[in-house]
Design a protein around this ligand. Structure first.
Ligand code: ADP
Length: 294
């Protein structure tokens, strides 16, 4: 069992933006979801853990590796899957994985050949091994991304917004693959898409404005909202008034009219009906209103 313990990690950029504000998390093997809106600080945290940038203060320990002070050791056990896996012009999937394996220190050519074959097979691209990665679909490129992240038996895999730009079918295949990989190592999946977390993660954190505003299981967060979420279809004109009087969690258009979800300890009346809370309610309640911290 691997364990990543992050304690009071902070980072302020030179322009004064506080991207990480005393972030503390404990993460074990399995899929861990880091959910937050754009600008929450997810990439700053992922890049710091991947040793691509430095923190101002705090600590992060991956088992006995001091992440902030032993970047070389971290890189040996890290698989990193960025938002968009960089495309190498006119190179086949097989050549690319072979090349990246050399960079990761696998110099024995027989061992490398076996590994690359195994990886291509694992991500279901063996048949496409001699095709140029440049011509791959978004989903196929991200599968190459997973394959390269697996080189060198990582203990920690960091996937930073990996499903952006994938269509629903590609996203599903990608989920299955990541879940399969995530059984024996720590996988941190950073995303602003609630569905990514719902489908995949047993543990999660929600981040907003550089802070961790929830850390636990998705179900526990949902349970805490039970009986406290109400919905109503309103008109656009009425919206500002509702926003003044109720704690609106979310607002989405249904059939051309706003359907609002509000947080309320008791029945607000006024034509609201109670709904079963979902992870989306959790997400919006954590990032929009400060009075429902669980
Ligand atoms: P997320 O990944 O959740 O979208 P980021 O970590 O990218 O969040 O950004 C957190 C905040 O830090 C944002 O306000 C962003 O504009 C700012 N930021 C990110 N990178 C830099 C940088 N290199 N210099 C200055 N500000 C930055």
């Amino acid at each position: 069992m691997n364990k990543l313990i992050i304690h009071n990690l902070s980072k302020t950029y030179s322009n004064g933006v506080v991207a990480l504000d005393q972030v503390s998390l404990e993460i074990e093997n399995g899929m861990f979801g880091l959910l937050g809106p754009n600008g929450a600080g997810k990439s700053s945290l992922m890049r710091t853990l991947a040793t691509l940038q430095e923190a101002d203060s705090g600590t992060a320990m991956l088992d006995d590796i001091d992440v902030l002070n032993q970047p070389g050791e971290v890189r040996k056990v890290l698989g990193y899957l960025p938002q968009e896996f960089g495309v190498y012009p006119k190179i086949t999937a097989l050549q690319l994985l072979d090349h990246l394996s050399i960079l990761k220190g696998i110099t024995n050519s027989r061992e490398r050949k076996e590994l690359v074959r195994y990886l291509l097979d694992k991500v279901n691209l063996y048949d496409k091994r001699n095709k140029s990665v440049k011509g791959f679909s978004g989903g196929m490129k991200q599968r190459v991304g997973i394959a390269q992240a697996l080189i060198g038996n990582p203990k920690l895999i960091i996937a930073d917004e990996p499903t952006a730009g994938l269509d629903p079918g590609e996203r599903n295949r990608f989920y299955n693959l990541l879940a399969d990989v995530g059984k024996e190592v720590i996988v941190i999946l950073s995303t602003h898409i609630v569905d990514d977390i719902r489908e995949l993660c047993t543990k999660m954190a929600i981040m907003n404005l550089g802070r961790i505003v929830y850390h636990g299981t998705p179900q526990k967060a949902i349970d805490a909202l039970n009986g406290k979420v109400y919905q109503k279809v309103v008109t656009r004109e009425e919206l500002p008034d509702y926003a003044r009087h109720y704690s609106i969690i979310s607002n989405k258009m249904v059939g051309g009219r706003p359907l609002i979800h509000v947080f309320s300890e008791s029945d607000p009346g006024a034509g609201f009906e109670q709904v079963n809370p979902n992870l989306e309610d959790v997400f919006f309640s954590k990032i929009n209103t400060s009075n429902v911290l669980v």
